[in-house]
Design a protein around this ligand. Structure first.
Ligand SMILES: NC(=O)c1ccc[n+]([C@@H]2O[C@H](COP(=O)([O-])OP(=O)(O)OC[C@H]3O[C@@H](n4cnc5c(N)ncnc54)[C@H](OP(=O)(O)O)[C@@H]3O)[C@@H](O)[C@H]2O)c1
Length: 255
């Protein structure tokens, strides 16, 4: 077995047009995978495609609002029409949701919107992929971007931690359901990585994350590439249902 080789594999990365998703996609392209990236913004999609093609990637992009199940199904059909199959799926699209309020102050629409964005979008993405893998009787890899917020909570942003914890339950459940079909299901829990989303967080939050980091640094996007390749490749075939923390030691805070 060639370690970490993704030649002949097709990977789908939601939210692959920026930040952590684009970093995953770069790692996957470098390891030889063909990559489909889904995000809503067509300009960001086009820029990401160019960046990935400059690395030698065979890349397609699709614009879809993944909070809508029908949009995810349609995007999946178009991906299959283009690449013929999907072997690897990173359900990474997501966002911060309502911030600065206690739970009782968050209105119903805002609460439902973060559930749609960070939980239902994952379900909407995974469902057609699972049906496709089972129909092909093919092995596969499902990976979700959770967060260390799932372990630590996020006061005044409870929807975020709630949804990021929910996908860990989904990960373990799917690992059980799909293990005997040769499909591994895992979650990545990044600490603070500097992206469009995290740069919108209050400065005080960024300072606190730096204080807690054993290395004294926050994470970089380049540091997200390798874990994506490992979890997408045969090298991780005996790993499933796991929640993998990449946070420079933030969650073990030693001082
Ligand atoms: N940055 C961190 O420190 C950190 C830490 C832990 C976990 N995370 C998680 O990592 C993931 C990626 O976030 P990021 O930090 O890389 O932020 P980002 O650069 O803002 O990326 C978010 C991605 O999600 C896509 N997206 C958002 N809503 C969508 C929707 N309704 N339908 C389809 N795509 C949608 C965006 O594309 P469009 O704008 O084109 O829609 C974008 O590609 C998120 O799940 C986030 O919770 C981030």
């Amino acid at each position: 077995m060639e370690l970490f080789d993704l030649k002949d594999k097709v990977a789908l990365v939601t939210g692959g047009n920026s930040g952590i998703g684009l970093a995953y996609a770069k790692g996957l392209v470098k390891a030889g995978a063909k990559v489909a990236i889904w995000g809503r913004n067509t300009e960001k999609n086009a820029l990401a495609k160019k960046e990935l093609e400059n690395l030698g990637g065979d890349v397609m992009t699709l614009s879809a609002d993944l909070t809508k199940a029908a949009a995810a199904r349609e995007a999946f059909q178009q991906t299959i029409a283009h690449f013929g199959k999907v072997d690897i799926c990173f359900a990474n699209a997501g966002g911060a949701g309502p911030q600065g309020q206690r739970l009782h102050q968050i209105n119903e629409d805002d609460w439902n919107s973060i559930i749609d964005l960070n939980l239902n979008s994952v379900v909407n993405t995974y469902k057609p992929v699972i049906a496709h893998l089972l129909e092909r009787e093919a092995p596969g890899k499902l990976i979700v971007t959770s967060s260390i917020a799932a372990l630590m909570g996020t006061g005044f942003s409870s929807g975020y931690a709630t949804t990021k914890a929910a996908v860990l339950g989904l990960t373990r459940s799917l690992a059980v359901e799909l293990g005997k079909k040769g499909i591994q299901v895992n979650a990545i829990l990044p600490g603070y990585i500097e992206t469009e989303m995290s740069l919108n967080a209050p400065e005080v939050f960024r300072e606190a994350t730096l204080r807690r980091s054993c290395s004294g640094t926050n994470g970089t996007l380049e540091q997200m590439e390798g874990i994506a390749v490992f979890l997408a490749s045969n090298s991780s075939d005996f790993m499933t249902g796991q929640s993998i923390v990449l946070d420079g030691g933030h969650t073990i805070y030693p001082l």
